[in-house]
Design a protein around this ligand. Sequence first.
Ligand SMILES: [Ca+2]
Ligand SMILES: [Ca+2]
Length: 204
Amino acid sequence: MAASFERARLYSEPNGKGMQLTTHGSLGDLTMYNFNNKMDSVYQSGLWIYYEHPAYNAMPGYAVVMYGDRVSANLPEGYSNIVSSVRLVKSSHDGYKDLITLYSGTGFAGQELITGVSRGSLDYMADQVSSLIVIGSSPWTIYSDYNYSGQQACVYPSTDYYVNDDGEVVYFGLYVNMTSVGFLDNSIQSVLKGCSFWSRNEKQ
Ligand SMILES: [Ca+2]
Ligand SMILES: [Ca+2]
């Protein structure tokens, strides 16, 4: 399965040099691995987010999204020696490959809720969503009320893509905040897989 290949090997120096730390999943506090504020480069497969602060920027900070399979890269300028947590954006979950991941903070910060199926309510994430990532081949409809009602907008896996180890093209869409889709911050209460209409906001 492609998911098993998702990994990130962090290096404390540029160009894959220095100390290293390999993970197959999210790490909320690199201090626990003696790697806080040390990262300079990475060898990775999948879609990963690197955060300035612990707990995926529990306090506001920088974050950088990097993607691709078996890619080596240095962190962008300004991100050297600041990363304190790393998060994997899963490309499969509970057997599903068309996913939407919701985040409580802008810039993919804070708590997350991932689903491959429609959700008429969002539990702890109701009225909390401030950013989201769509991955796979399906768009999603977001709603301002429970059970697919209220204001609605479509979000798409159309920002970019990479080719994974299985030769599959993995499409995804990054929505760093909600204003980009005409939604108020913290106003999503349900999500539906698929999109059968154009956003009302786009017609206004
Ligand atoms: Ca830091
Ligand atoms: Ca929020």
